[in-house]
Design a binder for this molecule. Structure first.
Ligand code: FAD
Length: 227
């Protein structure tokens, strides 16, 4: 089956996110009880300013009290293999044991997508894999037949991360994954006090630390330092 499109939906964000972070952070510096601070402090501008201050000071643990849950589809198993390396998160991914892939969709990488010959060759390979998989299903379980499926196979996953983990995730993944950018846009829209400055690590560093794997948007370290 042809490629399906990336789709990222926000299922849920912690209610009163700003006030939850504010009350948690203030608890560290105030003799007052966070329960009272949460009820009594309603000035959102004041909360935003305070939160921006604690973030720039590196006091990030209050951000852990607010979570975002995303439903994601139209991504490859290659992508989710990288995604699930982020350990401070929760995942629920479509199973290739329970869901048969007898008409699997696949993701075509951009460099192959833009080259007609390569794209044709890629499709041929996917078709062959599909045939092999369907053949195996006649005599074995989907649990074992899935071993021939490619990393390009499309998958769906639900991800929950807290704001601190999201900041780390965006630093590491925005430059390599469109998915991370889509998630970042949603986070900026929902909670700009936390995410207005979030993004790939080259933004903070002023250079890209990826060497020959750089996406090319930021200068390499030596170029940035004039060496
Ligand atoms: C450009 C790039 C290339 C990569 N290449 C490879 C590769 O070739 N091979 C490979 O295996 N992986 C590779 N990775 C994966 C990478 O090493 C991390 O496993 C992955 O990005 C998850 O990052 P994390 O540990 O910061 O996230 P999380 O697991 O979510 O952790 C968040 C933060 O919590 C802290 N933390 C979590 N667990 C521990 C712990 N056990 N001990 C101490 N602190 C902890 C750390 O501060 C960490 O940054 C690559 C990642 C990137 C971005």
């Amino acid at each position: 089956m042809p490629q399906s499109k990336l789709n990222v939906q926000l299922l849920e964000v912690t209610q009163n996110a700003l006030s939850v972070i504010y009350a948690s952070a203030r608890q560290c510096y105030s003799p007052e009880f966070a329960g009272e601070i949460f009820k009594n402090e309603t000035d959102l501008d004041k909360q935003e300013k305070f939160i921006e201050k604690i973030i720039s000071s590196g006091h990030l643990s209050p951000l852990e009290h607010v979570k975002f849950t995303f439903a994601i589809e139209g991504v490859s198993r290659a992508l989710t293999h990288q995604l699930v390396r982020h350990r401070i998160a929760s995942y629920s991914q479509q199973s290739q044991r329970y869901v048969k892939e007898n008409n699997f969709e696949y993701i075509v990488p951009p460099s192959i997508e833009k080259d007609e010959n390569l794209k044709k060759e890629f499709k041929n390979i996917m078709d062959k894999i599909q045939k092999a998989y369907n053949e195996l299903l006649k005599t074995t379980s989907s649990q074992d037949a899935r071993f021939v499926l490619p990393q390009a196979a499309e998958t769906k996953i639900v991800v929950t991360m807290n704001c601190r983990e999201l900041l780390n995730f965006f630093e590491e993944r925005c430059c390599i994954r469109k998915l991370a950018y889509e998630m970042l846009l949603i986070c900026k829209r929902e909670l700009s006090a936390v995410f207005s400055m979030a993004g790939p690590k080259c933004l903070k560093l002023g250079y890209c630390p990826e060497g020959k794997f750089s996406c090319g948007l930021a200068p390499l370290k030596d170029e940035a330092l004039g060496r």
